[in-house]
Structure formats: structure tokens, C-alpha cells
Write a protein that binds this ligand. Structure first.
Ligand code: SAH
Length: 340
């Protein structure tokens, strides 16, 4: 694919924590060889075509008090909204019209949107697209109801594998979150999980443990995302997460989970122009395009007010620059209805 040195399969198949730790911090030529090995693993697994997801951020009400996130209830500056099923369906029509076949419903942990989501899912499914959810911790029964309604996958990031850090930063037990992750699999959904890189008190050891925890959970999707400081949160003055550590973590995940969907998250682009291209070059194969209408989008500030919002044009340019192609032909089919 490029002129970097040939992948060295022995070195680049991490088998224990020492290997993972070494690869997390590698730089220069060795890092380029790691990325090349990750791309080779992606290609060998038949996972080179980049999956596009269309995200709708349906509610910014939230019960959780995560120190990194601006939609936490303590942020009184935040103007709250909750879409109804008709609004979700109108945006779905825009996603479908672009040829995107995964509708990704994301929100704060908001029990009041459960009924709305349960109403929306079967209606979204009529468009013959997959429904991916990212709605937080629910009861096992609620996860089962999402499946009955037609959802097939769910992202619940563990954020950090360190139980003390998790409790301090998120305010609830890590064990509860991991129980939810198990339920998601048990009820028959594909599981996505992952970490945030750059949280307070995080060490290299924590990041190794994050990767080992992901291995334990055996997810279908896995992500590493750099921390982005968010206004009006306890962590607003912390620096951004380290880009190179994040890219190395993505590449290691590709080696360990060759068949996984791994996103090049928008936070990469937020911390560096071209950051998502770097993510694809490190082995990622998913881009998420934001379809939340602008008036709602400005209020869904999980990645700070000036977050980078991925457009379809940006996604296609990034995929082309990586020498890849989108998984589905994403040509506009026809315009259906739009959400004003
Ligand atoms: N309520 C859902 C969705 C949370 S938002 C849940 O609990 O899973 C989706 C993801 O955004 C989170 O899992 C977290 O990993 C990420 N996120 C939120 N704020 C962030 C920040 N400031 N920096 C980096 N990632 C952040």
C-alpha cells in the first residue's frame, strides 16, 4: 500500500500486556509499520470497505453525571430537547436517501425516550436499514424490548477499565455497566464498546487493561476516542487526549479484532485536521455522519460546543484520501421528506 517497511507479523501480533504496552507507545518507523500491519489485517479480514453510519442525537436529557460530558444534569446552561418519533423518522428518511443503511440512535441516558425509541425502531426498519443504539444503561428487559422492536446492535462504551477511575469520573459502578454490556449480548444484539484516552489518573497500564477488557467482552465493534474537554464540566480545563496513543490503540484493536467495525471518531478530527484519515490509516473502518438537525445539534454538546460535525462530503473525501471505498454505494437514491 505504501513504501513503509513490510509488516512484521511476529512483532505485530500482540499476545500479552508487555506487547500491547510496547505497541501503545511506539513511534516513528515502528509506528508506521504497526499501522501498515493493522491495514494488512483489515484487508485480510475483508473489512476494508468503510461502513457509514447516520447518527441522530435524539435527546440530550441525561441521568448520568459523567465529568467529561456537557449533557450531565448539573450543566444548567444546557438547553434540553427530546425528539419525538416523527422527528426521528423524518431524519431517517434523509439518511436512507443518502444510501446509508445503518441508522444510529444516540442520546443521553433518558428513560423518557424509551417509549419514543420503541415506537421509532419498527418504523425505521420499514426502510430496510439496521438500527444501532447508544442510549446508555437500561434494564435487561428494556434491551430485550429493543431487540423485539427490531434493533440489532448497541454501543455501550466502558470508557475506562479501572473501576476506581470509572466510579470517580462517571459516578456509577463500572460493574453495572459491564453487566449491561453482557445483557446486550445475551438478548441477541451485537455489542460495541471502547474507551476514552486522556482521562484523569489514566496510566499506560490502564490503557493496556482497557484493551484486555475489550478482549474479554469480545465486542463486534470497538473504539478508542481521545478525550475532548467540554465547557461547563468538571474536566473543562484538562488537555485533549493524546492523538498518537489513540491511533496506536486503534491499530492494536485492529490486530486483535480483525473483523470488528472500528470507528475513526469525529473527536480525532476535532483535535487534528485530517485526524479521521489518520484513524482510517491506523486500521479503522467506520465513519459516522451526523444527521441531527442543526438547532438540536448545537445543544448535543458531548464533544464541546465547537465539536467537529462530520458531513457526508467530509466522509467521502476522507475515505477517498485513505484509498478506500464506502461499504455501500452511498449515492443519493431520491429525496424523501426532510426534517425542518
Ligand atoms: N448515554 C449513552 C451515550 C453517551 S455519549 C451512554 O451512556 O453510553 C457517547 C459516547 O461519547 C460516550 O460513551 C463517551 O465515550 C463519549 N464522550 C462523551 N463525552 C466525551 C468527551 N468529552 N470526550 C471524549 N468522549 C466523550
Amino acid at each position: 500500500m505504501n513504501a513503509y517497511c513490510e509488516p512484521r507479523p511476529v512483532l505485530f501480533q500482540p499476545t500479552d500486556r508487555a506487547d500491547i504496552q510496547h505497541l501503545l507507545t511506539c513511534e516513528g518507523e515502528e509506528q508506521q509499520a504497526l499501522f501498515q500491519a493493522a491495514r494488512a489485517a483489515r484487508q485480510a479480514a475483508g473489512m476494508d470497505a468503510v461502513k457509514l453510519r447516520g447518527v441522530i442525537e435524539l435527546s440530550n436529557y441525561c441521568q448520568k453525571t459523567c465529568d467529561y460530558c456537557a449533557i450531565r444534569p448539573q450543566n444548567k446552561e444546557m438547553i434540553r430537547y427530546r425528539m419525538d418519533a416523527d422527528a426521528i423518522l423524518a431524519i431517517t428518511a434523509e439518511i436512507v436517501a443518502e444510501g446509508i443503511t445503518t441508522v444510529f440512535l444516540q442520546s443521553g441516558q433518558d428513560p423518557k425516550s424509551d417509549a419514543i425509541v420503541l415506537e421509532a425502531i419498527p418504523r425505521i426498519r420499514q426502510a430496510d436499514v439496521n438500527v444501532l443504539l447508544n442510549l446508555g444503561e437500561k434494564s435487561r428487559a428494556m434491551y430485550a424490548r429493543y431487540v423485539e422492536a427490531g434493533a440489532d446492535s448497541y454501543i455501550l462504551k466502558f470508557e475506562t477499565s479501572d473501576p476506581v477511575m470509572y466510579q470517580n469520573i462517571v459516578g456509577t459502578p463500572l460493574a453495572k455497566r459491564l453487566e449491561c454490556a453482557r445483557w446486550i449480548k445475551e438478548v441477541g444484539m451485537k455489542l460495541g464498546t471502547g474507551n476514552i484516552i486522556g482521562l484523569p489518573d489514566q496510566t499506560l497500564d490502564t490503557l493496556v487493561d482497557d484493551i484486555l477488557l475489550a478482549q474479554e467482552l469480545q465486542p463486534d465493534f470497538v473504539s478508542s476516542s481521545p478525550f475532548i474537554p467540554n465547557e461547563n464540566t468538571p474536566l473543562e480545563n484538562l488537555g485533549v487526549g493524546d492523538l498518537q496513543l489513540t491511533l496506536n490503540s486503534i491499530a492494536i484493536c485492529r490486530l486483535l479484532f480483525p473483523h470488528a467495525l472500528i470507528p475513526a471518531v469525529s473527536a480525532l478530527e476535532k483535535i487534528k485536521k485530517g485526524g479521521q484519515l489518520m484513524g482510517l490509516n491506523a486500521g479503522a473502518n467506520v465513519l459516522t455522519i451526523n444527521f441531527t438537525p442543526k438547532d438540536f445539534r448545537d445543544k448535543y454538546a458531548i464533544y464541546s460546543k465547537e465539536r467537529f460535525v462530520v458531513s457526508l462530503d467530509h466522509a467521502h473525501a476522507t475515505i477517498a484520501a485513505a484509498g478506500l471505498r464506502p461499504r455501500q454505494a452511498a449515492q443519493p437514491v431520491q429525496s424523501v421528506s426532510s426534517c425542518s
